[in-house]
Design a protein around this ligand. Sequence first.
Ligand SMILES: Nc1ncnc2c1ncn2[C@@H]1O[C@H](COP(=O)(O)OP(=O)(O)OP(=O)(O)O)[C@@H](O)[C@H]1O
Length: 365
Amino acid sequence: MSETVLSIRNLSISFQTSNGMVNAIRGLDLDLHKGKTVAIVGESGSGKSVTVKAIMRILSGNQKINSGSITFNFDSGDEKISQDLLKLSKKEMRSRINGRRIAMVFQDPMTSLNPTMTIGKQIMEGMIIHLNKTRAEAHERALELLRLVGISDPENRMKSYPHQLSGGMRQRVVIAIMLACDPEVLICDEPTTALDVTIQAKILELIKEIQARTHISVIYITHDLGVVAKVADYVAVMYAGKIVERGTVNEIFYDPKHPYTWGLLSSMPDIGSENEKLYTIPGSPPNLLHKIEGDAFAPRNVHALKIDFKQEPPMFKITDTHYAATWLLHENASKVEMSETLRRRIDKVVKEAGRDGENTDLASY
Ligand SMILES: Nc1ncnc2c1ncn2[C@@H]1O[C@H](COP(=O)(O)OP(=O)(O)OP(=O)(O)O)[C@@H](O)[C@H]1O
């Protein structure tokens, strides 16, 4: 396995609210490998955004990091550095890490763009501040970046303001800005949700192409498993502030073990079969204001065992890369498999994503 760029261990984060403490992240472990994409998937409120905002240390004022570490391994040019990001001040994060080594693309490109500044200036700014490039060098590189993200006539586009571009073009510009300082890590938080389907596909393609060229490591947040099938190498499935299953994209799509993962996969939109009713996981996520007893998913799990309501399951190992936190994997539990309907639906989504047959591993399932 390639080297680990980011390694999150036992991360726990709460938010102080007028109703009490919301325990949003409850002991989270996650690894990101060099040149690879890990997709974090999960229902709304499961903690995907809080996790990546913690990496960038851009959480709101009412946050409290209770425990954990976020180790970032990078090459400073002179030496290899291993830094716990939680030990840096916000000021150090801004000057040394954010935008320079770890960059983030948000759902709405306007969050990252300044409406009063030309896009050329915005792409050049980071390079002048962080990399001490001259204006001429930054200008040259900005043109290259605009070409890289597929924007034609870059000389003229440099002079445009964000409102003169379409949504898809703005997101391309944001990606160019984020790549300007050659970051080691790119975090994408639902970057295509606001865009129409064809533009979405183009942006996903673009991120993959850039990754193939630059070996950047990518964290991709989405609740669309069709997108996961297109972009991810590894998948981390999140529920109530924890990773409950993780594995390679093949392991998660072809041999999912957690009933919550089955539920997420069952609720994937299935293009082409309008008659088939979309499944929704019954019930709702737990209230994170209260202490959770046992497995947080138990009340929604038709396969729940008695122990699920009493004791939290550990991460059971399935392969060296595949782990799931469900008591169903205990040797004494009776064997429960996902349904045939779900199997067929998954096969279809993987086929639509163009990933079937990509990896010989697939044949072994
Ligand atoms: N500033 C805050 N104050 C209080 N609670 C917060 C705050 N920010 C996030 N939370 C809570 O943390 C939990 C995780 O939220 P988060 O936004 O990470 O979920 P998510 O998985 O990204 O959801 P979505 O897919 O809807 O973006 C939620 O219960 C949310 O209400």
